[in-house]
Write a protein that binds this ligand. Structure first.
Ligand code: BES
Ligand code: MN
Ligand code: ZN
Length: 511
């Protein structure tokens, strides 16, 4: 795997538009408004801008763009891109982020190298700088690294967010700080996307662990990689049961962020499903769309990437990331339906379907995060196809307990730009996991498949505040959108990193 950071940090500049030394200036335009252009742009393009809007050659619907050449005395940006922002009333951080991405993707197609984007003024300046920086950075993700030609490979864009020239310098500094945070979070989302996009013949448990070692060391995190012997020594029978059908040995990656002056508790434990390929095992999946199961480590990629972001954002509380890594294959030594496995926590599990493997490896990983002292837990996992039936492709399912913890995760996600929806842990459905022979079975039947999967995980949360993000339908975009190409999305990275940054808001640890 070749991963090089595709993006350059996004700067903030308080400047008149005419004097910007860039190839292209993005000008936000709202639906139903005649844009009030500053005098310098009005002099070079005012009549044309008004004409294209009046003629409806350009409608400022969200995520539309139109590029116009611009030239005139004292005017520097060679091109102006009108960027549709939709209505001002509907303009929130998500709209700014996505519109910035759409504009940067369009600019990238034109091989622009230096881009400036004017603040729309629809949000407080710092919020807008943050959202715009995220959007501009997210647009630099590139999926085609295995293509031989270099034509499609994006050039890194140097991007500036332009705030009004008269802005107070303290406000500019705050906008810069927020843009810096946005850049960190978005470039770490892009790391998760790059990892998730790798084919499974490349992205094995061992390679993921090696990359985690490098990324962690570069970021100043402590990294511990457990090999098969240590995993066995800890008694992680659920994880080993999934792994045994594969020729690839399993790994468990532990990343640790330990700020020197922070108390040891509370300790946030981030846990991510790392199935580098999910054939289903002996309960094998149908072959159409099976190739997408290379993305079954997206939760693990999100944890590694969030830990990298945490190391850069430096919150004042310790955080650990635990990523259990296996390949789920139907080899001759594979676990069979009906086999009983013993978890590290001591609970026994009857494996009625070897395709419900994510909950098995996460059961042991949640236990291990607790062993390492985690007082609060958040996991991300491409866990169930059923969550896509319930919530569709733009909304991640959020489960957990207590409400104080899941509410905080929900608010954090909304701020971070991951769309999540809270789902119930219906106590009565625990029945569906009953086993005749073991403590619990690993499937709960068709009804409420995402809920019974979450109830299974809860068995391993030890009663600590625990939340679970089912990202099976949101980790991969099946269709291109104006703000995002088809492919990995980097979902959950920003929520996890942001949650780590607000330790004061966490509920008190239990026991
Ligand atoms: N990795 C899959 C879930 C998945 C499905 C992720 C589609 C991304 C897209 C998971 O391991 C799985 O196979 N889940 C089963 C559970 C069932 C056997 C109880 C499912 O959803 O069908
Ligand atoms: Mn599966
Ligand atoms: Zn899976």
């Amino acid at each position: 795997m070749r991963y090089t950071e595709q993006s350059l940090p996004v700067g903030v500049i308080a400047s008149a538009w005419s004097s910007l030394d860039v190839d292209l200036l993005v000008v936000p335009v709202f639906e139903g408004e005649v844009p009030a252009l500053p005098a310098d742009l009005d002099a070079v393009l005012g009549p044309l801008v008004r004409a294209v809007i009046e003629r409806r050659e350009f409608t400022p619907k969200a995520f539309t763009t139109l590029v116009l050449p611009a030239a005139g005395p004292g005017w520097r940006p060679e091109r102006v891109m009108l960027a549709g922002f939709g209505t001002r009333a509907a303009c929130d951080a998500r709209r700014v982020r996505r519109a910035a991405s759409a504009a940067a993707l369009a600019a990238r197609e034109r091989r622009v190298r230096r881009l400036a984007m004017a603040a729309s003024g629809a949000l407080p300046l710092a919020d807008e700088a943050r959202a715009a920086a995220e959007g501009l950075t997210l647009a630099s993700h590139y999926s085609g690294i295995y293509k031989s030609g270099d034509e499609a490979r994006p050039v890194p864009i140097e991007a500036l967010v332009v705030v009004p020239p008269a802005t107070a310098s303290a406000d500019v500094r705050e906008a810069e700080r927020e843009a810096g945070r946005g850049y960190i979070l978005a470039s770490c989302s892009n790391l998760a996307r790059a990892l998730t996009n790798e084919p499974a013949n490349v992205m094995t448990p061992r390679l993921f662990a090696d990359i985690a070692g490098q990324v962690g060391a570069d970021a100043g995190l402590r990294v511990d990689v457990l090999d098969e012997d240590r995993i066995a020594g800890l008694g992680m029978g659920l994880l080993l049961g999934v792994s045994r059908g594969s020729a690839e040995p399993p790994r468990v990656v532990v990343l640790r962020y330990d700020p020197p002056d922070a108390p040891a508790r509370p300790l946030l434990g981030l846990v991510g499903k790392g199935v580098t390929f999910d054939t289903g095992g002996i309960s094998i999946k149908p072959s159409d769309r099976m190739h997408l199961m290379k993305t079954d480590m997206a939760g693990g990629a999100a944890v590694l990437s969030a830990m990298k972001a945490v190391a850069a954002l430096k919150p004042n509380a310790p955080v650990i990331g635990v990523v259990p890594l296996v390949e789920n294959m139907p080899g001759g030594r594979a676990t069979r339906p009906g086999d009983v496995l013993r978890s590290a926590s001591g609970k026994t599990v009857e494996v009625l379907d070897t395709d419900a493997e994510g909950r098995l490896i996460l059961g042991d990983a949640l236990w291990y995060a607790r062993e390492l002292g985690a007082t609060h837990l958040l996991d991300a996992a491409t866990l169930t196809g059923a969550i896509g039936i319930a919530l569709g492709r733009d909304m991640t399912g959020l489960f957990g307990t207590p409400a104080q913890w899941t509410d905080l995760v929900a608010r954090t996600a909304a701020r971070a730009g991951d769309r999540v929806w809270q789902m119930p842990l219906v106590d009565e459905y625990r029945e569906q996991l009953r086993s005749e022979i073991a403590d619990i079975s690993n499937i709960g039947g068709r009804p409420a498949g995402s809920i019974t999967a979450a109830l299974f995980l809860q068995e391993f949360s030890g009663g600590r505040p625990w939340a679970h993000l089912d990202i099976a339908s949101t980790a991969w975009a099946d269709e291109a959108q104006p703000w995002q190409p088809k492919g990995p999305t980097g979902v959950a990275v920003r929520t996890m990193a942001e949650l780590a940054c607000t330790p004061d808001a966490w509920p008190p640890p239990v026991a």
